[in-house]
Design a protein around this ligand. Structure first.
Ligand SMILES: [Zn+2]
Length: 223
């Protein structure tokens, strides 16, 4: 806890002081460029990966970066999606999975979920998890576990995008062309993001060379 308090002290004395004008502007509203749905994993930091400042990214995080279907009207994810699209008119939604995801790993060995009723129920939204597919993914003879984890992580992002498309606000935005959705997978070890190519259904590096995009990002807000 001491580290968190020391960090807060640094934020107040240095970071906030240095960017106080930006925070004063933000006090009256937000206009984020994207809704970023990702896992709660502590190693995945959306604002760091995208070098976004406060106000630029609306994050919705949960175990396994899941998007429950629209029938689940009390879902916090559904409420955030609706708020982001209807009220804030975000032009982009990103669903981002990641390497070494504990929730995806648990799906490969459901014995881990035996005494975890909340997580087990929540992961019912992970996909694709038909009985047949589940059997294949949990069979150690099919592929080594790390390969199965990799495949499941990508397929889960694709399944969550499908669920997202079924939400009425998203469907309307996509139909009008005012909203775009993206599937990403972030690799913790390399820092690389691979993005779903809807034409082929495969994931490719988001950027072939980071230098292909002009780096005009302002200095990040770190002490
Ligand atoms: Zn995760």
């Amino acid at each position: 806890m001491q580290q968190l308090l020391a960090g807060y002290a640094t934020f107040r004395s240095k970071v906030f002081a240095q960017h106080s004008r930006h925070f004063a502007e933000l006090a009256h509203g937000q206009e984020p460029e994207a809704l970023f749905i990702t896992c709660s994993d502590s190693r995945v930091m959306p604002e760091m990966i995208t070098q976004c400042a406060p106000g630029q990214l609306l994050c919705c995080r949960n175990a396994g970066n899941l998007v429950p279907p629209p029938e689940e009207t009390s879902s916090g994810v559904g409420a955030t999606v609706e708020y982001a699209v209807r009220m804030l008119r975000v032009p982009n939604i990103i669903v981002c999975g990641h390497s070494d995801c504990g929730e995806m790993r648990a799906l490969l060995d459901e014995g881990q979920l035996q005494d975890m009723c909340f997580l087990r129920a929540w992961l019912g939204h992970a996909g694709p998890m038909s009985r047949a597919f589940r059997g294949v993914m949990q069979d150690p003879r099919v592929w080594p576990v790390e390969e199965r984890l990799h495949v499941l992580t990508e397929l889960n992002v694709i399944a969550q995008l499908q669920s997202l498309r079924a939400h009425p606000t998203v469907a309307r935005g996509l139909g009008r062309g005012s909203l775009h959705i993206h599937g990403w997978v972030y690799d913790i070890a390399s820092g690389e993001v691979r993005s779903l190519d809807p034409a082929t259904g495969s994931f490719r590096p988001l950027l072939l060379q980071p230098s292909e995009v002009e780096t005009s990002v302002e200095e990040p807000m770190v002490a």
